[in-house]
Design a protein around this ligand. Structure first.
Ligand code: BDR
Ligand code: CA
Length: 307
């Protein structure tokens, strides 16, 4: 059972990722920190509390950055709706903790044994970068960093960058250069987790409680992706949790990764070097292929355990 902190911006797929983590005994979720991203911070914070509350979990939810290290967040309304959850109404959760995410992350790491806490980032990684850049010794308390973000081919926000990486490339660059083992679950992997009407119907048949029903409603509310031929949409963030819970569903490779922080059309792209062309060591783990049927079976089975 790994102690973990999840930093998120719910976000339709963030909601499912939180529920998957809360339903999985392999993960001991100690703290949820929230960043602006898919919607404004006020929204993502309310959504994170509501998601945790619906699961009946007692995990502190702490607000963080409402802007990236540079510039501002744009929001991703076309996918997640104005409210961040595709219009699916959840009851209000417990009030968020009155603290700042970066402080809460640092406090938890200070109390952690060496190399014991897993950091999971499923939004722009501003909070995680602020926490560690201001006290780099705390990197020694981190077991590993697992992030959903990045694209080495076509992006989903700009032509060459994925949304989370494009939202705060400087923060991502900081995290990937801490010297801590890092896993990057890029768009190339998450595009394999295709949500189809048949998969949602199979999840609904599992019954479950309010969380599984809300998860299915959320999945049904996200518009199909043109890039995937309109057949469904990719389920990004739960892939990062599944990597921790069931790594056998994945085949992974290692590469050197460089985050493009320069202004211009490639800003936010994650350049991969698998073959040592840059002379940089291949330090970042990249889940490369996914057993999608196994992934959706896991998601349904776990979410059906929740209230
Ligand atoms: C990422 O961006 C957000 O829209 C999703 O929640 C996910 O974290 C995918 O590019
Ligand atoms: Ca997200």
């Amino acid at each position: 059972r790994r102690a973990a902190i999840i930093d998120c911006d719910p976000g339709t797929d963030d909601a499912l990722a939180l529920w998957l983590a809360l339903a999985s005994p392999e993960i001991d979720l100690r703290l949820v920190t929230v960043v602006g991203g898919n919607a404004g911070l006020g929204r993502t914070l309310r959504n994170a509390s509501a998601v945790v509350g619906l699961a009946g979990a007692v995990v502190p939810v702490v607000p963080g950055a409402d802007r990236p290290l540079r510039g501002r967040f744009a929001g991703e309304r076309a996918v997640h709706g104005d409210d961040g959850l595709g219009g699916v109404m959840l009851p209000d959760g417990p009030p968020p903790v009155r603290a700042l995410a970066a402080d809460a992350i640092r406090a938890m790491l200070r109390a952690s044994a060496p190399a014991a806490t897993t950091l999971v980032g499923i939004g722009p990684v501003t909070n995680l970068a602020l926490a560690l850049a201001t006290e780099p010794d705390l990197a020694g308390r981190v077991r590993e960093i697992v992030l959903m973000g990045g694209a080495w081919g076509e992006g989903n926000w700009t032509p060459s960058a994925e949304f989370n990486a494009a939202s705060d490339p400087e923060a991502l660059d900081i995290l990937l250069n801490l010297g801590v083992p890092a896993t990057l679950v890029t768009l190339e992997l998450t595009m394999q987790a295709l949500v189809t009407p048949a998969r949602v119907a199979a999840m609904r048949r599992l019954g479950g409680g309010a969380c599984l029903r809300a998860a299915c409603d959320i999945l049904s509310a996200v518009p199909p992706s043109r890039r995937l031929g309109g057949e469904g949409h990719p389920l990004h963030d739960p892939c990062a949790i599944a990597w921790l819970v069931a790594p056998d569903l994945f085949h992974a490779e290692k590469a050197a990764v460089q985050v493009d922080c320069a202004p211009g059309p490639a800003r936010g792209r994650t350049h991969l070097d698998r073959w040592g062309r840059t002379g940089e060591p291949a330090r970042v783990t990249l889940p490369w292929t996914l057993d999608a049927d196994g992934f959706f079976a896991l998601l349904g089975e776990r979410l059906a355990r929740l209230p």
